[in-house]
Design a protein. Structure first.
Length: 93
């Protein structure tokens, strides 16, 4: 081989971690979207339906990396965390 750098040399242990990192990225994105939609005033059912539709759109050719039960847990967490934060009018005094 004339050019050694033309062949990728991937660390096998790093490649094994990519699937878990990808799934964590999808879960984080769904949690951020759920929290945003909740702050915008959407109800829990509408948020879940919208995120499920987004997953179907994103993964129409392949299986979704996030099962439906996990999506429910992500939405529940977003709406549960929102109730834990008190809402105050105005700034600090």
């Amino acid at each position: 081989m004339a050019f050694d750098w033309m062949e990728p040399k991937r660390n096998p242990t790093h490649v094994k971690t990519l699937a878990a990192k990808r799934e964590a990225m999808y879960r984080g994105e769904l949690a951020e979207r759920a929290a945003l939609l909740q702050r915008l005033g959407h109800d829990k059912g509408a948020v879940r339906a919208r995120l499920a539709a987004n997953l179907e759109w994103d993964f129409e050719a392949t299986a979704s990396p996030i099962p439906g039960g996990d999506l429910d847990a992500i939405v529940d967490r977003a709406f549960g965390a929102a109730k834990a934060i008190p809402k105050h009018k105005g700034g600090s005094k």
